[in-house]
Design a protein around this ligand. Structure first.
Ligand code: FES
Ligand code: FES
Length: 154
């Protein structure tokens, strides 16, 4: 039976088992490879997307659980005001090193700033703790979040 999802404001219809993780649907069925596979067990954050505006790990999320909900991925987050600020801040501060974790970092940061426009260090720690970066970009990630927050106030 066809599954229908709303991704980045577009309706997508495809065939997939109900228990297939959303990440598999995005990457393997829909060809949206901006969202990354890291650990596959909700421990690294590489697969982070938004469901109804909240950051979630798509690697363990059954596609049946998100039917009818608004999904945003790294391919679409830049069309939101907060996502655009975050992506600009990432470029301004040259956050990215190898890049593999950065889709997830940006998605978590955008969800944080949408709910907490001026986060303090503890807010950032709480929101970003699950996003692992093997290149160690944590200091620049923190600064970019603060940069994006300050840009939003101007
Ligand atoms: S791939 Fe989903 S949290 Fe690591
Ligand atoms: S930039 Fe390389 S893993 Fe984060």
């Amino acid at each position: 039976m066809a599954t229908n999802l709303t991704i980045n404001g577009e309706q997508k219809s495809f065939d997939a088992p109900d228990d297939m993780p959303l990440l598999w649907v995005l990457r393997d069925i829909l060809g949206m490879t901006g969202t990354k596979f890291g650990c596959g067990v909700a421990l690294c954050g590489a697969c982070t997307v938004h469901v109804d505006g909240k950051a979630v790990r798509s690697c363990l999320l059954p596609v049946s659980a998100v039917s009818g909900r608004a999904i945003t991925t790294i391919e679409g987050v830049g069309t939101t005001p907060v996502g655009a600020k975050v992506q600009k801040a990432w470029l301004d501060l040259e956050v990215i090193q190898c890049g593999y974790c950065q889709s997830g970092q940006i998605m978590s940061a955008a969800a944080l700033l949408a709910s907490t426009p001026t986060p303090d260090d503890s807010d950032i720690d709480a929101a970003m703790a699950g996003n692992i970066c093997r290149c160690g970009t944590y200091v620049r990630v923190r600064e970019a979040i603060k940069h994006a927050a300050s840009e939003r106030q101007t």
